[in-house]
Design a protein around this ligand. Sequence first.
Ligand code: NDP
Ligand code: 2IT
Length: 452
Amino acid sequence: MASTATDTEALERFMTGLVRRNPGEPEFHQAVREVAESVLPVVEAHAEYRDACILERLTEPDRIITFRVTWQDDAGNVRANRAWRVQFSNAIGPYKGGLRFHPTVTQSVLKFLGFEQIFKNSLTGLPMGGAKGGSNFNPRGKSTGEVMRFCQAMMRELHRHIGEDTDVPAGDIGVGAREIGFLFGQYMRLANRFTGVLTGKGLSFGGSLVRTEATGYGAVYFLQNMLAVRGEEVASKTAVVSGSGNVALYAIEKLVELGATVVTASDSGGFIHDPHGIDAERLAWLKDLKEARRGRVREYAEHFGCAYHEGARPWGIPCQLALPCATQNELDGGDARTLLDNGLVAVAEGANMPCTLDAIRVLLERRILFGPAKAANAGGVAVSGLEQSQNALRISWSREEVDRHLQTIMRDIHEKCRAEGATDDGFIHYVRGANIAGFRKVADALLAYGVV
Ligand code: NDP
Ligand code: 2IT
């Protein structure tokens, strides 16, 4: 469906109202604009969606819970942070989505993440609604004891609002296995219930095999599916990855396993460029640095004698595959042009909204393979959904079984994008495909419920 003057007018009218209703929330506006551009033509073509105000309803969260978290640091100082849970839509299942701890967290950031989560979760085919939460707490430089006390204090309020059939949080930036352990332990104590109320749990208390790897592996499985459409594969290609957290590390692992050469990794301090490639041995060292020692990527460059570019992003390094896996708006229009000039073939968004709207426009104009976050990084929440299933059944599946499910889910998501996003000349507009496929299922559920 090509965009017409009427589509553009409808989009601008819709966005004017949304911006007026949600002032000072640029990330939320950006996420909505991307979805609205894809789905408004569908809404306009279906009187039942239009008359039921489906898009207006889906851009208004069911509720936002905001609360203070008071805790004590190691020196005995009393500290106060702000926390949120944005319960966006439970139209197709209990609220589901991660928790982010980072000083840049605002209501706007959590609303963009919760909004995107609705469509991502819908694409997985599993019964999960959309939510996101977190705090402006900065875990950097905090002791384990401080992180534990913060998690416990946060759960003292959060526990009232979540439950295995109500809302099931998980990890995101700054919230990994350690934090989920502290949060789950406190929930169990307060609620006196052992239940699958969080995902990403440790394997000894209800966690699922492959959840740790799922987002990164899933992004690479999605990339494989996109490349296969053009008869290409991951093997022998050079990949540039940003980030060095949960998503980046396991995207690198799968890329290396499939025969790609991964030449970069980054954190908020800068990026390393390793022309030799981050092979299995170097990756093991990097994982230990980031996961166990909580160090900086700069130390990788010092250890292996490669370049470290302070304060810079890796998009100037020539590659065929680019996987932004750190944070939102980390790849802009200028970066996209540089990547294209250097021979880019495909992008898979491991992070949420890592490419600016301008970058997406530049990439799509050149018709490269562009896998948007909602589709490409859905493997993480998909395996969270499988963790919920295993918890409900009180069983654990093998690594092979979970990985097989993950591969099938990523292939199915790719097919949904293809079905809704294929253009007349054979190009697959994955952004439009993912938005429309994710939207339809939720919209149809809302229609069935009447005016709720
Ligand atoms: P982690 O906390 O494990 O890692 C985040 C990485 O990104 C770190 O390398 C961090 O560097 C870097 N980073 C974070 N914020 C910034 C910033 N403002 N500027 C530059 N670099 C930054 O998080 P995850 O790997 O879990 O998450 C990464 C992305 O993937 C996020 O967008 C998240 O929403 C998304 N995602 C995560 C899923 C999951 O299952 N965990 C699932 C789907 C998407 P530093 O250490 O210096 O802060
Ligand atoms: O953005 C995401 O999909 C996540 N952070 C994972 C959410 C989840 O519930 O596993």
